[in-house]
Design a protein around this ligand. Structure first.
Ligand SMILES: NC(=O)c1ccc[n+]([C@@H]2O[C@H](COP(=O)([O-])OP(=O)(O)OC[C@H]3O[C@@H](n4cnc5c(N)ncnc54)[C@H](O)[C@@H]3O)[C@@H](O)[C@H]2O)c1
Length: 252
């Protein structure tokens, strides 16, 4: 492939949780490479700001916890060639304090919505006979395989994403759709993601981060570059993989 711009020109890309953080960096990266970007978020204000900066982006305001409305809106923009399941929420609690609401909330956004959006996208690709070359990239976390005290349910949602990625790669490979995930170390937004009133939990998370060999946060644009690669034909032989962008955490 000569250039990303050449490949992504006119290709339809859906990014969930597009309003800020890594989602924003993904919108910018795909937009700059001439893709037709569909930005989904639950916050209209974030989407309005995106529209000012990137006028050709199509915005979709929906709460991913609403299965039917999400399904309806994603179906309405079919076919989507490249999906990035980026939206997620975090939650911190030591084990004895975990509530059923917390489990349902985290799994609803971080896992169930990924199934819903992916299913709608895949159906659209197959119906439009456009599945060959389609990709899904799921945004996981270094905490998908590395436990840390106080974030067990968040970690479980990301571990579930790893198995979903492998299972979908297997099932969708016959259609020519590749499915991968990335596991980033914390970005500069970590503190926002893991806001906790409990300093002990922050301390425990920091112990994992101290294992980084490269001692700085991952830049959102660096993670977006990896997603661009995994969505492009340059990664044509990669599917069912979980690719770390971890500053060396997994090397220890
Ligand atoms: N921040 C980090 O340090 C870090 C590290 C590793 C992995 N990740 C992963 O990267 C991804 C993005 O993280 P981030 O830090 O950029 O997140 P963020 O909190 O900065 O942004 C998340 C976006 O998703 C949207 N969103 C949340 N719930 C939604 C819902 N129910 N429906 C629709 N939109 C919803 C929010 O409005 C927001 O715009 C997540 O999957 C996260 O688990 C983050």
């Amino acid at each position: 492939m000569d250039s990303y711009v050449e490949f992504f020109s006119g290709r339809r890309v859906l990014i969930t949780g597009a309003g800020k953080g890594l989602g924003y960096a993904l919108v910018k990266k795909f937009y700059e490479n001439n893709a037709l970007v569909f930005a989904l978020d639950k916050k209209q204000a974030y989407l309005d700001a995106l529209k000012v900066e990137f006028p050709n982006v199509t915005t979709i305001c929906v709460d991913l916890r609403d299965w039917d409305e999400t399904r309806r809106l994603v179906k309405s923009i079919a076919p989507i060639d490249h999906l990035v399941n980026n939206a997620a929420i975090s939650g911190t609690s030591f084990f004895e304090d975990i509530s059923p609401e917390q489990i349902d909330g985290l799994f609803s956004v971080n896992f169930k919505a990924v199934v819903n959006v992916s299913q709608a996208v895949v159906k659209g690709l197959i119906q439009h006979e456009r599945a060959q070359g389609g990709t899904i990239v799921n945004i996981s976390s270094v905490f998908d395989t590395t436990p840390s005290k106080g974030i067990s349910i968040y970690s479980c949602t990301k571990a579930a994403i790893l198995m979903l990625t492998k299972s979908l790669a297997l099932e969708l490979g016959d259609h020519g759709i590749r499915v991968n995930s990335i596991s980033p170390a914390p970005t500069a937004m970590l503190k926002e993601m893991f806001v906790s009133p409990n300093p002990k939990i922050v301390h425990e998370t920091q112990k994992v981060l101290d294992r980084q060999v490269i001692k700085r946060p991952v830049q959102p644009a660096e993670a977006a570059d990896l997603v661009l690669f995994l969505s492009s034909p340059n990664s044509a032989m990669i599917t069912g993989s979980s690719v770390p962008i971890d500053g060396g955490i997994f090397s220890r």
